[in-house]
Write a protein that binds this ligand. Structure first.
Ligand code: ATP
Ligand code: ZN
Length: 715
């Protein structure tokens, strides 16, 4: 082993079996013999040998010479090969003369480089066996780079040239990290070198320099390889650590891995939903809509029948109506009645931020549908795909989706068997191109159900739960004006839940009323602590309303009175119209005003003018609205006549004050009527208030019992 210390990495070690041959093949002459050159010129080229004391211990164990130092080997050689070292003046040849010793090593350290000598050809020829024996035991043959010998300037230049040529060549062709690998196998290089020297006819005198250059190149490459290996090892280590961290992170946080699973849904498959089990039977309270859709069902059942007669059915049907009125249900029922596939798509699904995704989904949908005709395509929330708003700069590509929809609708003939049903809450928002003939040209209105429809819907959903025979769906229907089918379904469901929570076996009117109030006014505020004084005021106030309603001919029948706080109210009286009211008479409007006044009148009569409360403000709001409409809209004021006054702000001051005066008179008269009734029925009023204080809530029947002076059974 041998360490080089200057230009190359000190730790570079060179296993040299190859190099030995290259340097010192038997035919090469002693490399130490050369022309002399000035000391300065070669000094900078010197790769310094280590001091003799640091010389590596050579493995000559088998020869019993394991601890032998180089100096001692010298002596050994002397004894083995007598006369070989004779005449060698160790001291200072090169200092006194330009004719130096045989090698630079010898010059510098003052003794012979035994190995170079051993390898010199004449010696080798003479004592080949002995040398072979020694050499075979040397696992590492030290490299004594022979540039230390005396070189001519010319040879040095050539050597440098050849080295730089080789390096440049490598650098050009290969990336730096590859050099180490490419230069690793020197065996072939040795052959090439020998061949090269032969073919190029390099004179023997120069061959040495040539080889030295090669050796330097080789060593540099070795250093490079070492460096590359080190950095590769470092990189591998860093990568490995990063990998470990990554795996740890994934194990710790599985969400990371899930995140990558989200799909764009570019080619989401379209599956039809068979709606065999949904028929028109399931849709209640929308008879007109069902009738209109009946012919579509006939067409889907037998498209040929229509083609033969030349009849032309619309391609698209638009179901228009408020949310929850059963539009989706109707569309499903159409498919179910005709027993054809039903394709459901929601407009918002097409509203994608990626260009063209919406359009491609539309294409997929129609391709599937056409392949399975006859069938129904249902597009819910059509306004979100076909609305005018999408022309805004905020949705620059949404136009593509609507255009695709239009193209698809134009792309098949009316009698091909595909019916597109769209649903929307805002028909006004739809793009005009969508509603022109040939597209969604048939419009079916699905309104909120009337009292009859509500009763039907309630019965339908009540039949799915256990309910008491005393339950009258019509009463609930009357009290749920404006409820949609979905809301009624929810009402029944909430009542069933309430009954379950209260541990009842079946749903009674109480639960149904409870859930109705909850939907209408928000949940009860049972936790609210109301002191007795306020409770009493509320009880008299609500009873006042109830008494007026009960004793006024044209007032709506009472449904319920309660002093249970709910939402923002402390109590309320609910009245039920016998039927949905399409028109109201003057007497009915006045009666409504009187009922509204009943609360404040009761407070005044019972507690005195000084103790009236703010609780009547919404009552006055109601009464004032009715009075105002009677005067300005319904032509019910004698003084102002049958004229409407829409924009009261633009009216003359006289007219304005006349209107105000009329309204005030109506309200005052109403107040007086209410006062009269409550004074007349003071006893009933008191009874009812006390009953409310006891029972909190009274239904129509109970109110009647109290007002008839009978005793309420304890509940
Ligand atoms: N007329 C009805 N008869 C029976 N059930 C109804 C009726 N209307 C609504 N429902 C119930 O309410 C649910 C919701 O109704 P549906 O989804 O059909 O309303 P929609 O008009 O399509 O509402 P949206 O406009 O919000 O899409 C239905 O699944 C059904 O259970
Ligand atoms: Zn009131």
């Amino acid at each position: 082993m041998f360490s080089l210390s200057s230009t190359v990495q000190p730790q570079v070690t060179v296993p040299l079996s190859h190099l030995i041959n290259a340097f010192h093949s038997p035919k090469s002459t002693s490399v130490s013999v050369s022309a002399s050159v000035s000391q300065n010129q070669h000094r900078d080229l010197v790769l310094e040998h280590e001091a003799p004391s640091n010389e590596p211990v050579l493995n000559l164990r088998d020869l019993g010479l394991s601890e032998l130092k180089i100096g001692q080997i010298d002596q050994l050689i002397d004894s083995l090969l007598p006369g070989f070292c004779k005449g060698k003046n160790i001291s200072s040849h090169w200092r006194t003369s330009h004719v130096s010793a045989q090698s630079f090593f010898e010059n510098k350290y003052g003794y012979i480089d035994v190995f170079s000598t051993l390898r010199s050809s004449c010696l080798y020829r003479q004592h080949s066996r002995t040398l072979k024996n020694i050499c075979s035991d040397l696992q590492y043959w030290p490299v004594f780079i022979q540039s230390r010998g005396f070189k001519t300037l010319k040879s040095r230049t050539r050597r440098l040239q050849s080295t730089s040529e080789r390096l440049a060549e490598t650098q050009h062709i290969t990336p730096s990290f590859m050099k180490g690998f490419l230069l690793r196998d020197r065996g072939s290089d040795v052959e090439t070198l020998d061949k090269l020297m032969k073919t190029k006819n390099i004179p023997e005198a120069h061959q040495d320099a040539f080889k030295t250059g090669f050796a330097e190149g080789f060593l540099k490459a070795q250093a490079l390889t070492q460096k590359t290996n080190d950095s590769l090892r470092r990189t591998r280590l860093i990568l490995f650590v990063l990998l470990l961290f990554g795996i740890y992170g994934l194990l710790k946080n599985p969400f990371l891995s899930v995140r990558f699973r989200t799909t764009t849904g570019l080619d989401s498959a379209v599956d039809p939903v068979q709606m065999k089990n949904v028929t028109f039977e399931h849709v209640k309270g929308v008879e007109e809509a069902k009738q209109e859709l009946q012919e579509v069902v006939e067409f889907l059942k037998n498209p040929q029948k229509f083609t033969v007669l030349g009849g032309k059915l619309p391609k698209g049907i638009l179901l228009v109506g408020p949310p929850g009125t059963g539009k989706t249900l109707l569309a499903r029922a159409v498919a179910g009645e005709a027993d054809v596939p039903f394709y459901y798509a929601s407009g918002s699904e097409f509203d994608e931020m990626f260009v063209g995704v919406g359009a491609s989904r539309i294409r997929n949908l129609f391709r599937e549908a056409k392949a399975n005709a006859p069938c129904v395509i249902f597009i819910d929330e059509l306004d979100s795909v076909g609305g005018k708003r999408i022309e805004s700069p905020m949705h620059p590509y949404s136009r593509q989706t609507i255009n695709q929809l239009l193209a698809e609708m134009d792309g098949f003939k009316p009698n091909e068997g595909v019916i597109i049903i769209g649903a929307t809450n805002f028909p006004e928002a739809l793009d005009n191109a969508l509603i022109r003939p040939g597209r969604f040209d048939m419009q079916v209105t699905v309104p909120r159900p009337d009292v009859k429809g509500r009763t039907e819907i309630l019965k339908w959903y009540l039949n799915k739960i256990k309910f008491d025979q005393s339950v009258d769906p019509e009463i609930i229907a009357r009290g749920t004006v404006g409820f949609s089918g979905a809301e009624l379904e929810n009402l029944v469901n909430q009542a069933a839940l309430k009954a379950a929570v209260d541990g009842k076996e079946m749903v009674t009117m109480k639960e149904l009323e409870f859930s109705k109030d909850k939907i209408l006014m928000g949940p009860e505020r049972r936790s609210v602590e109301i002191d007795n004084k306020n409770k009493t005021i509320t009880a008299y106030h609500e009873s006042g309303h109830a008494i007026i309603a009960y004793y006024t001919k044209d007032a709506m029948p009472i449904n319920k009175a309660t002093i249970m706080p709910r939402g923002p109210t402390l109590g309320h009286v609910s009245l039920l119209p016998e039927n949905d009211r399409w028109n109201e008479t003057r007497a009915q409007l006045l009666a409504q005003m009187d009922v509204s006044m009943g609360g404040r009148v009761a407070e005044e009569l019972i507690f005195g003018t000084d103790h009236i409360t703010t609780g009547a403000s919404s009552d006055f709001d109601n009464a004032t609205k009715i009075a105002k409409r009677m005067v300005t809209k319904f032509g019910m004021s004698e003084k102002l006549g049958v004229m409407t006054y829409n924009d009261t702000g633009k009216l003359s001051p006289e007219t304005q004050s006349a209107i105000e005066q009329e309204i005030r008179i109506l309200l005052r008269d109403s107040y007086e009527r209410a006062k009269h009734i409550l004074k007349t029925h003071a006893k009933e009023h008191k009874n009812l208030a006390e009953a409310l204080l006891t029972y909190e809530t009274l239904d129509a029947k109970e109110i009647q019992i109290v007002l008839e002076g009978k005793k309420l059974e304890l509940r």
